[in-house]
Design a protein around this ligand. Structure first.
Ligand code: SAM
Length: 284
């Protein structure tokens, strides 16, 4: 059977054929714009040595595009009722494995590692469900899998926060957490008209280069992230007041530690670079 011709009519008619009603609570906004699909595949840049992990294949639009160029696509979908839609969409794709699981509950290393042969690269690609974007992203980035790069569609304002530099209102825990693990590159904006049903906001495709994270490595990541969260929890306060309060440390001790890391205790969290946060974490 011929593969479904994607583009707006392909996805729509596939959903109609299977009487599939999209579920808002699962973030089901399916991509129907072939230029956007092509743009994502271009960023993933798969070769015959690329294994792609996709979360949320939905009706299979991105999955089929990726499968044309990748060695293999492993797709994790939570919604079991998409089974007939996906098996129809993927009839002629022999290099796709769909796993019906909640990606936050599955052991990603156990699932993916058997597919990786020596010399293969692993890339994460997803049009992420917006209600759960960051938990899924961090479940993958912190799984221990050797993800070389990630190409994800997220809400535009989330993309702005991911890519934000110190000094602005968008810079916060998400910016530091993502940029600690990867170099962030916002690729393009995607309007609501690229989806069915249409979301209420613009989206953006982001490339995360995980093979080349910034140089600031820390010995104890748990302490690093605790400091980052504490510093931003009350972002209008000075670093000294924010950390002393959140960590229940006497102010004079806290001030001495901040100074020992070469930072002014009256600075605000939003002005600190990742390497300053890592120096700070070393003192705690
Ligand atoms: N990739 C498709 C596309 O671009 O058209 C669908 C993307 S849609 C925004 C998000 C998909 O993620 C939906 O198919 C939804 O059912 C699935 N999903 C939501 N939560 C999930 C979870 N926890 N684990 C796996 N898939 C999930």
């Amino acid at each position: 059977m011929a593969s479904v011709p994607y583009g707006s009519e392909g996805t729509r008619s596939l959903l109609q054929k299977h009487h599939f009603v999209t579920k808002k609570q699962l973030g089901q906004n399916f991509l129907i714009d072939t230029r956007v699909l092509d743009g994502i595949v271009e960023a993933v840049n798969p070769s015959d040595r690329t294994v792609v992990l996709e979360v949320g294949p939905g009706a299979g639009a991105l999955t089929t595009h990726l499968a044309k160029r990748a060695k293999r696509v492993i797709a994790i979908e939570k919604d079991e009722s998409l089974r007939p839609v996906l098996s129809d969409a993927l009839t002629s794709a022999t290099n796709v494995d769909v796993v019906f699981e909640d990606c936050l509950k599955v052991d990603l290393v156990q699932l993916v590692t058997p597919y990786l042969d020596e010399g293969d690269e692993l890339v994460f690609a997803a049009n992420l469900p917006y209600y759960i974007t960051t938990p899924i992203l961090f479940a993958v980035l912190e799984s221990g899998l050797p993800v070389k790069r990630a190409v994800v569609m997220v809400q535009r304002e989330v993309a702005d926060r991911m890519a934000a530099k110190p000094g602005g209102k968008d810079y916060g825990v998400l910016s530091v957490s993502v940029q600690y693990r990867a170099r962030v590159n916002r690729l393009f904006i995607v309007p609501p008209s690229a989806f069915v049903p249409q979301p209420g906001v613009d989206s953006a495709v982001v490339l995360l280069d995980c093979a080349n994270p910034p140089d600031a490595r820390v010995k104890d990541e748990a302490v690093f992230f605790r400091i980052v969260r504490a510093a931003f929890a009350t972002r209008r306060k000075t670093l000294l007041n924010a950390l002393a309060g959140a960590l229940s440390i006497p102010k004079d001790v806290c001030a001495a530690r901040i100074e020992a890391s070469g930072i002014d205790p009256s600075a605000r969290a939003e002005t600190l670079s990742i390497s300053q946060f890592s120096k700070l974490a070393e003192q705690f």
